[in-house]
Design a protein around this ligand. Structure first.
Ligand SMILES: Cc1cc2nc3c(=O)[nH]c(=O)nc-3n(C[C@H](O)[C@H](O)[C@H](O)COP(=O)(O)OP(=O)(O)OC[C@H]3O[C@@H](n4cnc5c(N)ncnc54)[C@H](O)[C@@H]3O)c2cc1C
Ligand code: SF4
Length: 330
């Protein structure tokens, strides 16, 4: 048993201060990822700052869209009436993840921060640059069927495992954080990092910064009619995505006036498909256009020995998600 300090402050400022001088300290939210990693010896903290008493659970409609507190549970978000009505893509993505029990515990902040599910990351006998910088990457020449198609480096080919993050990317979420230097906002596209030379860094949060909320813009709610979150996985539940697609379309008279697309399971961050979105704008709703958009989205994909199947799976998933979103398939 490793000893660590435990604090449970009731105010944000106290929580931030409590972690400020602890290089090896962590905020504890639902604990569904952090406590698992502690049990496996992947994280050996000197201090845990339990943030569950902080007033960060509020989910509310705002003048500019929607505000979701960082401590709102995944279930509370997915079951919220306004989320279901105006941001159904987010509810679908969250409900595609984990299990009801886990979603009751898992928080929005913790989900944004959850670590990769690369098996070599969890096996302390194997090299892993993300766990131990400079040790090598077991997956590069190993069993890499879960791994990335886009944006990987020769230091790390892991993917971000979250479903919620894929929908947040498609919906242009903004993340509110605060630390010893005060509050700031980070666009979801700038929050998660590509691995580059520093795969140990998953995101652009500074050490000790607290995620306080996620905001969704009102424009996202225009994308509430034609949406679908398609998750393809080895089992029908309780499994992480091999590939997932969040699709939301704005359609007028059978013409796509705007498209929001993001993929999961293919990169170190939720992968926004901006070129495919641009292609679809102004196009008619039909399968041929969806296939062309999928081909455009796949440009630049690079597979490894065991994940070549994703080169076919991913474009098929894009087409199918667009068909589901528009009612061309059911
Ligand atoms: C068996 C299993 C299956 C799962 N399946 C899926 C799945 O299919 N899809 C999916 O998306 N997820 C899945 N998950 C992951 C789950 O969604 C995450 O574990 C969860 O979202 C993490 O949230 P948490 O509140 O429990 O975070 P914690 O475990 O408490 O924390 C995780 C990390 O986030 C940090 N943190 C937490 N809150 C904040 C904050 N407000 N500010 C700054 N840092 C913070 C912590 O310090 C820690 O580093 C699964 C998990 C398990 C155990
Ligand atoms: S892919 Fe990344 S997480 Fe997996 S072994 Fe390589 S460095 Fe570690």
């Amino acid at each position: 048993m490793n000893q660590f300090q435990y604090a449970r402050p009731a105010e944000k400022a106290a929580a931030i201060k409590s972690l400020a001088k602890e290089p090896n300290g962590y905020f504890l939210a639902g604990g569904t990822n952090l406590v698992d990693m502690m049990k496996m010896g992947l994280v050996v903290p000197d201090k845990l700052v339990d943030i569950n008493r902080l007033p960060l659970k509020k989910i509310e409609k705002t003048a500019s869209g929607m505000h979701i507190g960082a401590l709102a549970s995944n279930s509370e978000v997915a079951e919220h009436d306004y989320v279901k009505a105006q941001y159904p893509l987010l509810a679908m993505a969250i409900n595609a993840g984990a299990s009801p029990q886990l979603r009751n515990m898992a928080t929005v902040g913790g989900n944004l921060m959850q670590r990769t599910r690369c098996p070599y990351f969890f096996d302390t006998a194997m090299p892993c640059n993300k766990r131990t910088p400079g040790s090598g990457c077991g997956a590069l020449e190993g069993i890499n069927r879960m791994h990335a198609l886009f944006g990987a480096s020769d230091k790390c080919i892991a993917v971000n495992p979250s479903d919620m993050n894929v929908a947040l990317a498609a919906l242009d979420a903004t993340i509110h954080v605060t630390g010893v230097k005060g509050p700031r906002t980070i666009k979801i596209g700038d929050f998660h990092r590509l691995p580059g030379d520093h795969p140990e860094l998953d995101n652009t949060l500074q050490k000790g910064e607290l995620i306080t909320a996620v905001d969704l813009p009102v424009a996202s709610s225009a994308y509430n009619q034609h949406v679908y979150y398609l998750k393809i996985r080895d089992r029908t539940s309780y499994a992480f995505a091999l590939v997932s697609v969040a699709a939301a379309l704005h359609i007028e008279n059978n013409t796509i006036t705007g498209a929001r697309l993001a993929m999961g399971g293919v990169a170190h961050k939720p992968w926004r498909l901006t070129t495919a979105e641009a292609f679809l704008k102004g196009k008619a709703v039909n399968e041929d256009n969806f296939k062309q958009a999928a081909q455009i989205a796949m440009q630049g994909a690079k597979a490894y020995e065991y994940n070549k199947f994703k080169l076919r799976l991913a474009p098929n998933a894009i087409v199918q998600s667009l068909k589901m979103a528009t009612g061309l398939a059911s």
